[in-house]
Structure formats: C-alpha cells, structure tokens
Design a protein around this ligand. Structure first.
Ligand code: SF4
Length: 473
C-alpha cells in the first residue's frame, strides 16, 4: 500500500524552498520557450496550422465511434490484435496478461504518459516482470525511483550534476566522466543490452491512424524503434483520443506538436507501426497488440471538459506557466502536471481528491495562447473551480473571504472605501518598497516579498491621471 501524499500546500512549500529544483526548471523552460518562439516565428502559417489542428481534432472527437471502428478494422487487417480497456485497471490487466502468457521476463518501454496514467510500471513490478525505461530522461527517472515531472522532459527537475551522481551508482561500470557526451554513451551501453534481450517492447502512440490501422511514435533518440523492433511482441497502449483520420492528418498535427514541444521542425524519428512482421520482413515483432484505453475519455466527451480531448501532449502550456515554473511537476501530485494536468487530474482522480489543482493558476491566459490546438485552459480551470464551489468543496476561509468581497463589490462606494483602507493598511507592513510578511496572509509572503503598494488605489491614480490630462491639479 502506498503512503498518502502530503497535501498540495505541503508539496508546493517544499518545491518553493528547493533552489536546485528552480535552477533545473529554469534551465529547461527558458530554452523551451525561446526555441518554441523561434520555431513559430519561422513558420508564418502557424496560426492557420493551429486552426487546422483544432478542426482535425474536433472532427475526430465528434465522430469518435466511426474512427474507432475504422481503426480497429484496419489494425486487425494488418495483423495486430486490438483490445479495449474501459479503465486503468482493465488496461493494466490486459497488458500484464499478454506479458505473463508470453512468459516475459524482461520488458522495455518507450516513454508514454498513458502508461503512467494506467499505472503500468507498478503493475509490471507486481507481476514480477523486469521493466526497463528506454527514453533517456525516463531512464534517469527510473534510476531515481521517481515519477516524470513533465510530459515531454520527464527529468526536467534533475540537474546535470544530479544525473551524474545517479549514473555513478546505477551504471555498471559507471561513466568515465560526467560530461553529457560520456554520460549519454554510458546510458546507451546500459540500454543496448536490454534492447536486444527484451521479450516484449511496450510503447505509447502519438497518433492512431484510422484509415491504415497504423500507430505512430515520435522520438528524438530512436529508443521507440529499438523498443518495438527486436522483441517478439510489441504492445501499444494509447488513449482513444489519439485517433486521426489519415496519415496526412497525423503530419498536420506533427507540425504543431514538434514546434510546440521542442521548437524543432520534425523529430529525429517518426515511425508508423503497421501490424507485426510479415513474411519476408527482415525484422519486427511477431505479434502486435494495441490496447485502446478509455479511462474517463468518453465521460469527457459528454461534458464541459470535452475540449481537453484535443490535447496532443506537447507540454507547451507547462513551459509557459508561471506556476509550473515555480513549483515544477511533482507538486501537482497527478500523472499529468501543469495546466493541462490541473484539468485532467480531476477527471481521472475526482475533484474531491484534487480540488486544489484548478486554483494553481493565475489565469493570465498565456498557456491558452501557446496551446497548438487552442484548448481554452483558463475556461476549463474556471469550470472546475465553479464545480468545486457549487459542490461545497471550498469551505472555511475562502468562502468567508469571497462572500465578503461579493458584499463589497455590490456596493461601489463601500468597495472604494474598503480598497483605500486596504492599500493604506498594507503600506504599514512594508519596508524599503517591499512587504515581507502580512498577518493572516503568510501564504502570500512565505516564499517571496510583495511590492509595497503606492498608497493610492488604482481608481484614485487613474482619476488623478485623467484630471492632469484635462489640466486639473
Ligand atoms: S493543453 Fe495544449 S499546450 Fe498543453 S500539452 Fe495539451 S496540447 Fe500542449
């Protein structure tokens, strides 16, 4: 039995106090932000491509039953076996049964957030099957016994220096030096032997192509190809929202995915897997299984979170989120971190278990601006807040504070008076332009100083400015 997690507040406090974590996040998100901006600037049709990407996903979501049937028919015709899993437990059971039936001892896995979502790593361990993560960042995570903290860069929270320490202990022999090139060589040596001796390779899918029955993976390391080709069995686990009508549609979305995720034009490897090895093929698995996972997705189809099914898991919303950039991914507690995780986790775990997540947002709208498929993340987070409020999950101080604010907001004169008193009172706590603590509001100042307010409300300043413009003192 796993120990209960600390509260969201305790997790964020710990993350905010961790300076090394902040350093690691800044290094990667700064680069990701810069590269995405460069890639978008170099692609003048980006906005048109975004609109097309959104239209493709909306069309598939509106016709999901049709494309699922078409995909199953074509995948089966190509020799793959398609399985349907209504939830995470069923998906785990299907995969572990395939592994146990094949008497598999060693399984390699290419990065897949869906695998994390359905709890595959634990299920394989419980079944006594050795699992080897083959994505370099996932390899780091496995050595550290951690969960991914980002959907594209799972080890974003680890500095190079920390990775060097992990490799020293986890690699046999340890790397000869701790420069990146030597460490990568060491990981290649460790993983190569596993690639070639695995019984089964498990991958996710970036896209499921309905009119061919193919699954598509994109990587920069080639580990998905080495995971899926040498073993005798290849298992794909994928959410049902990964469907696209055709290969051309997959490429239309790839142009958005890669630019938004890494700032590149195309990943190093884009592979379409279409059934198992055929007579005359030089390599490839003898069996291919595709596990199509619902796990709450059809429920989303019917409610106000339907737009979230457009998500192509690019991670751009995390890289541009001011909250994620302060606390990192683990503080969110779910399998999916950041803004998209704050929408998805309540779907997967229930709102009662994750009621703080929709509040981990400043509503500045930046993540919606960068989303390549135009998911209105602030609107969806506000919808969760509204549900939490209406179902009584928010209580105590927040209810009293909002109730008080609502009373004031209905009485403009009183509101102005309250604001004037408030800003003057706040100034009393400041020193040298900054406020380092406020009674009863320690959460605002525990990890940072607040700027001392100028002493007049915004409305007073605005009025004064307008007066000056009209020549009044
Ligand atoms: S919500 Fe949008 S930006 Fe965030 S991971 Fe999904 S597609 Fe990317």
């Amino acid at each position: 039995m796993t120990a209960p997690q600390p509260s969201f507040k305790a997790r964020t406090d710990a993350a905010l106090a961790d300076r090394t974590l902040k350093l690691a996040i800044d290094r990667t998100t700064d680069t990701a932000e810069r590269k995405r901006a460069g890639a978008v600037a170099a692609f003048p049709q980006f906005e048109a491509a975004r609109a097309r990407g959104r239209a493709i996903k909306d069309h598939v979501i509106a016709n999901l039953d049709h494309y699922l049937e078409q995909f199953e028919r074509n995948a089966t015709a190509s020799g793959a076996k398609v399985h349907w899993a209504s939830d995470d437990a069923e998906a785990r059971a299907i995969v572990t049964h395939i592994c146990l039936d094949a008497n598999a001892k060693l399984v390699t896995r290419a990065k897949s957030m869906l695998g994390e979502e359905i709890g595959l790593p634990h299920a394989l361990a419980d079944a006594g099957i050795e699992r080897v993560e083959t994505d370099l960042a996932e390899h780091i995570i496995q050595l550290a016994c951690e969960r991914p903290s980002h959907i594209v860069w799972p080890a974003m929270h680890r500095t190079r220096e920390q990775v060097a320490e992990l490799f020293k202990v986890g690699h046999h022999p340890p790397p000869a030096a701790d420069d990146p090139a030597t460490m990568v060589q060491s990981a290649r040596r460790e993983l190569r032997v596993k690639f070639m001796s695995a019984d089964i390779g498990i991958s996710g899918a970036n896209f499921l192509v309905a009119n061919t029955g193919a699954t598509c993976t994109v990587t920069n390391e080639g580990n998905a190809e080495l995971t899926t080709t040498p073993p005798r069995i290849h298992i794909v686990t994928a959410g049902i929202e990964k469907l696209v009508p055709s290969t051309a549609h997959a490429f239309a979305l790839l142009r958005l995915l890669v630019r938004s995720a890494t700032g590149g034009e195309l990943t190093q490897y884009t592979t379409f897997h279409c059934g198992p090895r055929r007579d005359g093929d030089a390599d490839g698995p003898h069996e291919m299984h595709i596990v199509l996972v619902d796990n709450g997705r059809t429920r989303m189809l019917a409610d106000e979170f339907r737009d979230m099914l457009r998500c192509i898991r690019c991670g751009a919303c995390m890289n541009h989120c001011v909250v994620y950039r302060q606390i990192g991914g683990h503080a969110y507690g779910g399998f999916y971190p950041g803004p998209m995780g704050s929408v998805l986790t309540p779907v997967l775990d229930g709102l009662a278990a994750s009621r703080d997540l929709p509040h981990a947002c400043t509503m500045n709208g930046r993540r919606a601006e960068v989303c390549p498929v135009e998911i209105p993340l602030p609107t969806l987070l506000r919808a969760w807040r509204r549900r939490g409020w209406r179902s009584g999950l928010e209580n105590g101080l927040p209810r009293v504070a909002v109730g008080l604010w609502a009373q004031l907001a209905r009485r403009p004169a009183l509101y102005r008076l309250g604001s004037r008193i408030g800003v003057r009172a706040l100034r009393l706590f400041g020193k040298g332009g900054w406020i380092s603590s406020v009674p009863l509001a320690g959460g605002w100042t525990r990890h940072r100083d607040l700027p001392r307010p100028p002493g007049r409300t915004f409305m007073d300043q605005y009025r004064a400015k307008q007066g000056r413009k009209r020549g009044r003192p």
